[in-house]
Design a binder for this molecule. Structure first.
Ligand code: CA2
Length: 150
């Protein structure tokens, strides 16, 4: 089984996890989520490399830099999910298999969160399961990549 390298991208404000709004986003910090993802990755021979930024351009640059370095992308674009054509175009440009995840169920929240610019360029989306959204998203991405390998 070939080792996979997965880029995990966290968008704006997710660095505040565990410190505010635990009712919506849970009580785990981003560091704790990253550690859980790395442990999950180890089980399936995938190295997980997390990056968080509050800046759209840095996220775009990081996606560009992923080409040739990573086999897939797991992304929670945060609020940029609902606003960023630039992130969507970057994902489409690198054409790496990408899974979109959200801690909260974006379809049970305000109307403006119901639309994702990322969804049409992702292989799938998992929303509403807290930290499990990330872990399920990683499993789905690895499963998709291994299927391509076979
Ligand atoms: O549910 C998700 O994962 C979201 O991507 C989170 C974004 C939100 O804009 C999306 O609609 C859904 C917001 C992340 C903000 O994270 C915070 C964490 C702690 C305190 C305040 C914000």
């Amino acid at each position: 089984m070939q080792p996979l390298i997965i880029l995990v991208l966290h968008g704006p404000n997710l660095n505040l996890l565990g410190q505010r709004e635990p009712g919506i986003y849970g009580s785990l910090t981003l560091e704790e989520i990253n550690r859980l993802l790395q442990a999950e990755g180890q089980k399936v021979n995938a190295q997980v490399v997390p990056v968080q930024s509050n800046h759209e351009g840095i996220l775009v640059d990081t996606i560009h830099g992923a080409l040739g370095q990573y086999q897939g992308i797991l992304i929670n674009a945060g609020a940029y999910t609902h606003t960023s054509v630039a992130l969507r175009d970057a994902i489409a440009a690198v054409n790496l298999p990408t899974v979109e995840v959200h801690l909260s169920n974006i379809y049970r929240r305000e109307e403006f969160r119901h639309h994702s610019y990322i969804a049409p360029v992702a292989i799938g989306q998992i929303s509403g399961f807290g930290v499990q959204s990330y872990l399920l998203g990683l499993q789905a991405l690895v499963h998709h990549l291994r299927k391509d390998e076979a």
